[in-house]
Every structure is written in C-alpha cells, then in structure tokens.
Write a protein that binds this ligand. Structure first.
Ligand code: GLA
Length: 391
C-alpha cells in the first residue's frame, strides 16, 4: 500500500499493525492540581502543584505515510488528520493543542514520517485541572519516544508550553506543563518559577483526602481577564523598575518597596502586586506546614489565598465563592479555595476522608438549590507525571 498521498486518510486502516515489527508507544499524561500559589507562575513566583490520578492515555505509532498524521479521540469519537509540511490552526480547540505540539517540535527537530495517535481521556475538560497541558505533554512525550528525538523532560515541558503560548494563543505560565511532566507519586512540587528549582515535598495528608468540587461553570471572560492580569502585573513591574532599576522581576519587590511605589501605580496595579507578594509568602509557608504535618496551618493559608484571589486579584466568581463559603467553618475541612486561572473550574479542599460522602451529598444539594447546577465531586491523589508504559 502506498500511503504517501492519501486522498482520503479515512481510506486506510487506523494505526495498529500497519507497520509490523514497529512497536506502538503507550503514554499516560495526568492533569494537575495546585494546592496554593495561583497566578504566581508567570510572575516568577512560587507554586505548589502536583499531577493527579486522572489522565489522558495515548497510543501512538508510525503509520507508513510520509507526511500524513491522524489523531482519533475515543472520548469525543472524533478524528482529524494533518500534513506535517503544512500545519495550520484548526477551528476545533482541542485539535490545536495537538497541532501546536507538532508545530513546536518541527521548529527544532525533524519528524521523518507520519504517525497515528489514539487518545482516551478520563480528565474532565474545562474543569481547571489542565487537560490541555496533559494533552500537550503526553503527545510530546510519545513523539519523543517514537521518533527518538532525545528531548529532556524540561524540553518537553517547554515544547508543551510553547504550543499553548504560540499556537493555541493562551498566554499561560509554566506551572501546568511542569506539574504534568515532572510530578512524583505522593508528593507536591514546590516550584520556584524564577529558577525552575523544584523541591518535592511528601504529601502528608494524614486521614484527609483532596476533594475537588467542579463548579461546572467556565465564564468566557476567563481568557481575556487572565491576559489582563498578566499585563497589569507587567505594567506595574515596568513602573517599579523605572524607579528601582535593580528590580528584575516581582520577586525582587518586597512590601516596603511596593509601598514606596504605591503612588506611581494605579489602584488595580497596586492590589495585583500586593496579592502576588502575599501569595508567594503563603506558598513558602504552606510548603513548611506540609513538611511539619500541620494541616490546620496549611488550610488557613489556602483560605487566605482564596480571599486574595477574590478581593485583590479579582479572578473568582460567585459560584466558586459559594463553594468555598460552604466548606468554611466545617471542622472536618482544613482548607478550601478556588484553583487555577479562575472564573470557574474547581475548588480544592482538604477534607477528612470519613466525611467525604456526607459532605458531597450536602454540597450538591446546596449548590443545586443556589445555581440550579449539579457540581461534580472528584477525589484526587497526588500522582506521578507523564510516563511511557507497556500495554
Ligand atoms: C492557568 C495557567 C497557569 C497558571 C494558572 C493560575 O492554569 O495555565 O499557568 O497561571 O492558571 O495559577
């Protein structure tokens, strides 16, 4: 069979066994949670994420074509194909995460023939647990193995992030891709987004579990407001730098220095930077609390983080605030806050395992009554990052 110029890529059998002797590559790529440290990654601050036990699975193989690649999503029961020499943006958002990764790889290395890829996901999309980073990191890892491209894990993180920034058009920081690739089972990563130094802190949750409550809303201002927050912080930094040229990033700014620039900044810029400085401090304290097994302290910091995100960074929404309020003052919940970029997605909660069933039932009823939406409750476990496995 000659697959080099397929008029219709539907006409040849999908993936398996068209290249006898050529082993298929199996990859699993997880979503992520972030215990604390929101919107700090692109401000060169600290974050405290890890990968979770909910994943996207990939099966990838060479398909015998020169240039044609085909991607099939078992989850969405849809597929598409593209040519390695002419990659352009698709109107379908999920396809761009795939195309973006291939596009970024081709800037650096050659992919010498076509491939097929089957994808299956148990990660809810749009829940703020980074299904897009999982998609990008999983594909990059699979192609790295299949074509022996010799990328390091950090290069894979950078390729995945570049796909998001340059191709998908989302101006995200590095947290999601880093967590998806680098995480270790039962640990959180204290990541310094300035130096990329990562400290792995054991997830000592005692008799507690991590519970995500998916608000099931995803307000469409999320993307634009995210970019506005970035530029507010960048503009604030520029003004601070003008006065204090030794300042390189917001990490060089402390409270005293911020106060001395207060009158030069707009009110919004001031409270954005104030939040970032406070949140960075909270992340470091939270990592300490986790090391000391002090869940009470950790929980307090998470709650403070939520109110910083709500009142100073202004990226929460009424649904998330409701869920956090509902978790507050329950002695079996140590901490609760919105997670991720904001304007929807999940709250993250540290809860005594023995109370999960009753609490879940209760919060479902209350949220349903308030918003007429049934929230999704997801228990997650800190897990290892993207990996190749044998089927
Ligand atoms: C999104 C982005 C991350 C990070 C968070 C907020 O998840 O992809 O880079 O900025 O929002 O902490």
């Amino acid at each position: 069979m000659n697959f080099n110029q397929p008029q219709n890529p539907k006409d040849f059998p999908f993936i398996r066994n068209i290249n006898p002797g050529e082993a298929n590559i199996f990859v699993e790529s997880p979503g992520r949670i972030n215990l604390i440290g929101e919107h700090t990654d692109y401000n060169h601050g600290f974050v405290f994420p890890t990968a979770i036990d909910k994943k996207i699975h990939f099966e990838i193989s060479k398909n015998g074509c020169k240039k044609t690649c085909r991607i099939f999503s078992e989850t969405y029961k849809s597929w598409f194909w593209f040519n390695l020499s002419s990659i352009s943006k698709s109107p379908e958002s999920w396809e761009n995460h795939i195309l973006g990764v291939v596009h970024e790889i081709l800037k650096i290395k050659n992919i010498d023939q076509g491939f097929d890829c089957i994808i299956k996901s148990d990660l809810p999309a749009g829940a703020g647990i980074s299904s897009s980073a999982a998609l990008e990191c999983g594909l990059a890892t699979g192609l790295n193995e299949l074509f022996q491209l010799n990328f390091s894990k950090l290069e894979i993180v950078n390729i995945a992030r570049a796909a998001e920034n340059n191709f998908v058009g989302s101006n995200c920081g590095i947290m999601d891709q880093f967590a998806s690739v680098m995480s270790k089972k039962d640990h959180f990563i204290l990541l310094d987004c300035l130096t990329l130094e990562a400290k792995f802190i054991p997830a000592d949750l005692k008799s507690c579990k991590i519970l995500l409550i998916n608000s099931m809303v995803s307000h469409n201002l999320a993307e634009s407001e995210y970019n506005i927050r970035r530029s507010e912080c960048e503009h604030a930094l520029k003004i601070i730098k003008h006065k204090f040229p030794e300042v390189k990033t917001l990490r060089d700014v402390d409270m005293e220095l911020l106060e001395s620039c207060k009158k030069d900044l707009s009110e919004k810029e001031y409270i954005r930077v104030l939040y970032i400085l406070q949140e960075n401090e909270r992340v470091l304290k939270a990592a300490e609390a986790m090391k000391n097994g002090d869940l009470k302290k950790l929980g307090e910091l998470m709650n403070q983080s939520h109110y910083g995100l709500k009142d100073l960074y202004e990226v929460s929404c009424k649904e998330l605030d409701f869920l956090v309020k509902f978790s507050e003052n329950k002695d079996f919940i140590y901490g609760s806050r919105m997670m991720g970029g904001g304007f929807g997605g999940c709250t993250i909660n540290i809860i005594e395992e023995s109370h999960i069933a009753d609490f879940s039932a209760e919060v479902k009823i209350a949220y349903q009554k308030e918003f007429n939406i049934t929230p999704e409750i997801i228990t997650v476990v800190p897990s290892k990052g993207t990996s190749i496995y044998q089927n």
